[in-house]
Design a protein around this ligand. Sequence first.
Ligand code: ZN
Length: 333
Amino acid sequence: MAELEPVLLAGTTVKRASLHNADQIAKLDLHLGDFVKVEKGGEIIPKIVGVELDQRSGDAVPVAFPETCPECGTSLVRYEGEAQHYCPNEHACPPQITGRIEHFVGRKMMAIDGLGGETVAELVQAGLIGNVADLYDLTKDQLLALGKGWGEKSASQVIDGIAASKSIPFEQVLFALGIRHVGETVAKKIARAVFSIDRLQEMTAIDLVGIDEVGEVIAQSILDFFAVEGNRNMVRRLRMAGLRFEVDVSQQQPMGDKLKGLSFVVSGVFVGYDRDGIKEAIERNGGKVSGSISKKTSFVLAGADMGPAKRAKADELGVKVIGEEEFKRMIGE
Ligand SMILES: [Zn+2]
């Protein structure tokens, strides 16, 4: 982040601008005390686009990218092909410990009520938790003993929230683990392809890249994650705590090929499926889902409130429009 002398620009005062990464700093050849050109184009975010070299003093020092982590002092690393530097001290660097737990309890992950960022930091500082598995050993008495701000109600909320998270589906648990590059969508694809963490842990790089959306980088990241004993221990403890590390049996239906070679465009609202569910039903039966209607579209699967533009397009291209009932007959449900 570049700290700037405040300047009024297009209605707001700009005091800082992101420099993004070491490459960007090098590209601009920034020196401390430089006069810089700041731009606020179509975006609201100010950007440094150049340096006024005429105004640079002779003894100006180049901006040096930090070599060590400002929090724990570990030498930073930069992975091949990536612009960012990382602190590799994953398991002992304080903000990383807190950050990983914060990620884990987040709304789209384990969705633990009552555990926001500040509370997580407080529990880490108090020595009650050092990794996500420790959450499941927390007791209400430990929280109440923290004193200030903790009462019967807030303590119960956290403990109940932690207990409730044990029923979060595997795909979200997988996302919550914080494996690098395994975001929400990828976690979902993996969970539905491998069904359990046991199978995932046994997979080789070749097995992994066979999963939809998983490339070499993600495959390597998964292998790296399970290569760390601390991570395997964490998974073991989470499993003992009762978290779900398998996909529901109902979702484990074998892949069918009733829709093989057919492509679908889905539009509108359905009775028996939600938006993701109907797409999964198509894919589970060997069909493909596409976002827009073309000559290659086999069927437009129309629910209630299908847009008139889509219907007109289907008519124009002569693509058959089917409803939910007909679709169910096709897949034999
Ligand atoms: Zn660090």
